[in-house]
Ligand binder design. Structure first.
Ligand code: KG4
Ligand code: ZN
Length: 365
């Protein structure tokens, strides 16, 4: 498959309804012709977290509108699209189903090839969309539902070096925000508060640092934050603005230190291979956090690795990464049929043993 490909991508695995058009001419950098993301933050705000049934209904309602908007932004008609790529998992099953059904309808109606994409592969392949990164590279995929170190060797070849045994960092940020009365999604809210706070005021734990390897844990951190909050409330009847900022800064510092130390270990493992062009890439929603990005860049540079992170808008969920992952699969000669299913669980590395825990996107992949 050596021709120019223009692919429509659909994403609806959690709380963002997204459609995008990506074009790739072999030998040229890929172009994002359109990327539309309709978030559902306001819809879920009264509940303090994503309500799967509401999310699924909103996706079903907004997907075709989102596709129309993306096509209009790209200035293209459906007849000028070569294939439809869609997130087929992992994620909240109702949302994934809405996307898969919408993509099937478009593919069947317009006579286009259909290609199912693993949402995590979308994040993991983003550095190839944004920078044309060559395989292999080391990736830390860190989002609301996932946290894993991956050796990325091809569009469908991923080896997991380690991952979270309980919560994902994004989920921990979301829970921290909830404990402190901040809005969802928690990551950006906690980051903004942390910028005004003293990260040394609360000594929160650094889970699993005493254990070898690069598995991670974040659930204890949230409990420690809850205790610190409750002690302050018991002692003084509430939280001051400074208390909240200091709690956020201390929490963010703990997450950053754990991610940094585990990244050091994953990098050492990766460098032992040894890789031809040592690159450490980070992707996923939490990669939008500037403190975390800077710390990971420092770790990579100190180890002699090049560091790369997507632009902020391509860290969090979007459909450009799905369209791109679809292009990568199409170039391998892959196609799906109208029998394509929706998979709530779909690990990238099928051979890695399952890690325990269940996050906001259901059981960990
Ligand atoms: O990749 P993503 O959009 O969805 C998943 O695939 O999970 O990631 C969303 C997660 C949320 O938990 C959100 O709080 C977190 O990423 N996030 C951040 C930041 N921006 C988004 N976490 C920390 N700092 C941020 N600036
Ligand atoms: Zn994601």
């Amino acid at each position: 498959m050596n021709e120019t490909l223009t692919v429509l991508g659909l994403e609806s695995s959690c709380d963002d309804t997204a459609a995008a058009v990506v074009r790739h001419m072999p030998g040229e950098p890929p172009q994002i012709l359109a990327s539309v993301v309709l978030g559902q933050a306001a819809l879920h705000a009264p509940y303090g977290g994503v309500v799967p049934e509401l999310a699924a209904r909103a996706h079903a309602e907004k997907l075709d509108l989102c596709v129309e908007e993306a096509l209009a932004e790209a200035g293209l008609r459906l007849a000028e699209i070569d294939a439809v790529a869609v997130t087929a998992g992992p994620g909240l099953i109702g949302g994934v189903l809405s996307g898969v059904m919408c993509a099937k309808g478009i593919a069947a109606g317009a006579g286009l090839p259909l290609i199912g994409v693993n949402h995590l592969a979308g994040h993991a392949l983003t550095p190839r969309l944004t920078e044309g990164l060559a395989f292999p590279y080391l990736m830390l995929l860190v989002s609301g539902g996932h946290c894993q170190f991956l050796l990325v060797q091809g569009p469908e070849a991923f080896t997991r070096l380690g991952g979270t045994i309980d919560d994902a960092p994004g989920e921990a940020f979301d829970k921290a925000a909830k404990l402190l009365g901040l809005p969802q999604p928690g990551g950006p809210a906690v980051e903004a508060e942390a910028a005004q706070g003293d990260a040394r005021r609360f000594a929160l734990p650094r889970p699993l640092l005493d254990r070898p390897g690069c598995d991670l844990s974040f659930s204890g951190l949230k409990t420690a934050l809850l205790r610190a909050r409750d002690q302050l409330v018991a002692a003084q009847g509430g939280l001051t603005r400074a208390d909240r900022a200091d709690l956020c800064a201390s929490f963010q510092a703990a997450v950053t230190e754990v991610l940094a130390e585990k990244s050091r270990r994953a990098i050492a493992q990766y460098q032992a291979l040894p890789p031809p062009d040592p690159v450490f890439a980070v992707a996923g929603g939490v990669a939008a956090n500037k403190t975390i990005r800077a710390a990971l860049e420092g770790v990579a540079t100190a180890a002699g690795m090049r560091f790369t992170a997507p632009p902020l808008g391509l860290c969090t969920d979007n459909a450009a990464m799905i369209a791109w992952a679809g292009i990568e699969r199409l170039r391998l000669g892959r196609r799906d049929t109208l029998a394509l299913g929706a998979r709530p669980r779909w690990p990238l590395d099928q051979t890695a043993p399952a890690l325990i825990g269940a996050g906001k996107k259901g059981a960990k992949a």
